[in-house]
Ligand binder design. Sequence first.
Ligand code: ADP
Ligand code: MG
Length: 582
Amino acid sequence: MTHMIGIDLGTSNSLCAVFEDGQPRLIPNALNSFLTPSVISVSEDNRVLVGAAAKEMRVTQPERCAWVFKRLMGTEQSVKIGTHTFTAPEMSSLVLQSLKQDAEAYLGTPVEDAIITVPAYFNDHQRNATKLAGELAGLNVRRIINEPTAAALTYGFHDRGADKRLIVIDLGGGTFDVTAMEVFEGTLEIISTAGESMLGGEDFTDRILAWTLSTQKMQLEVAEMKAPLLVARLKQECEAAKHAFATASEARIRFPDVQGEITEQSPVITISQEQFQKLSEPLIKRLSRPIARAVRDSRIPPQEFTDVILVGGATRMEVVRSFVRSFFDTEPLCSYNPDEVVALGAAVQAALIQDDQAVDDMVMTDICPFTLGTEVIKEFGQRKVDGYFLPVIHRNTTIPVSREEVVFTVSPNQRQVAVGVYQGESRKVEDNLFLGKLEVKGIPPGPAGKPVHLRFTYDLNGILEVEAYVPETGKKSTLILTQHARLSSSKEIKSAVKKLQALKFYPRDDVRNQHLLSFAERVIGEVSPYQREDLESMIDQFEHAMSSGDREYFDSVRQNLLTSLAALGFHYDEEEGRERES
Ligand code: ADP
Ligand code: MG
């Protein structure tokens, strides 16, 4: 039997799940953790590390690593890692390949089909980039679904008899989504959604980072250029401080030196919960707008939502919780692990597609999160003004949907029309996102005012197709907006695949050792100079033992290294996929 996996491809962490024996289940990675940090590292000799090991390396060798690349999806930007250059879909495909390998190891069969989740507020370019990442990883992407919808599927799956109005607030590492929905007798209907694809937990860390630097009279942009190792290690300290606020009223940040090393002489900066709250204010303000809009669009008064569900690691922050609590005047729910609900829901979606018996009483309908339309010219007396936006599919319309609008030629003997396709809520196209252009040619000569029918079709993956039809000739032209993802031509895809194939993943057993190695290397920067020498020699031995092929020798060296690390106060936890809380 073939398996279809569900993947939550996150900015900070990615997870993978499968529907098995009537239940969605998470799949562990090589370190036996469900969370794989979305961090990659590539060495000069083409060795790839994905996940916790790469995350450790981010502190010691940031130039060999890449992270938060989900924020670049749908853009033309690429990232240099050593001498390599990667696009965002290529980097994401490495994470996906690693999850695919984990799934294959867990299931014991090859895996080809996958559901991948994206923030509801991802636009067409970003969705297509995600699909492309899946293809580059050798996956057949059966469906792209919205993250909050997936989260709701998990809740809906476990509470099918419910008659509820839910609002899902999903704040991850880099994106923010709000989705309102109704659950009634196993039918899950998404009503409205809003969000921001550039707002997440990372921004809170960056606020602490900028503040900490300012206490030492440094500016973030300058420090990033002049002292990247200091910034890399300090960022990790700030991340830990942010997490500490979940339980403590203040946090201590050790300020590393230019080499990114922390010593006993390093200044320690204390940040209070109040200070953090103050730093977070502008971000909390930005959270409030999409929440208000999703609520308004749902036409459900805030106090009538039965459940307010928190999803995404960044909703663990008290500043976020207290804001949500006061907005809805209720205690938000978090019955499932906020890191895990999206991946589990993707597995439920896989079950729905595969007609699994366990979900045959479930139905789900999703919506288009933004308005899609075209550019038109308006006439004011004799004057013609272009640049106006004509909506064709309104936001929050249930999908799949297909709508038609008729536009007209504006000049006599106009033989062609350029149909600009845009997404957004503004009256003028210049303020909306340009998605693509369709050239309609061969309109017969004649007076102005000849009709051209435009049909917009938005499918279940959230991908748009636009078709133009000239009634007089019966001719059709079609624009599938996938053409706008980077690397669109098959030739470009082939060359990307070739480049990626040249990279080598470590075998699963080696991944564990590489993780310990990069962990120990990070610790070097945090111990005193006289401890350092001993630790370095232990690490040298460990590295040597890894390639020796002598199991017994290796095991004893490994044990020695673990004991020394523990003696220095650094307890290595293999299953640590998430950020360390020190
Ligand atoms: P994504 O789905 O974007 O990968 P996650 O849902 O995994 O993101 O959330 C990652 C974000 O959550 C990071 O910014 C991380 O710092 C933050 N986070 C995780 N745990 C905590 C915590 N205890 N306190 C504050 N922030 C947290
Ligand atoms: Mg997420």
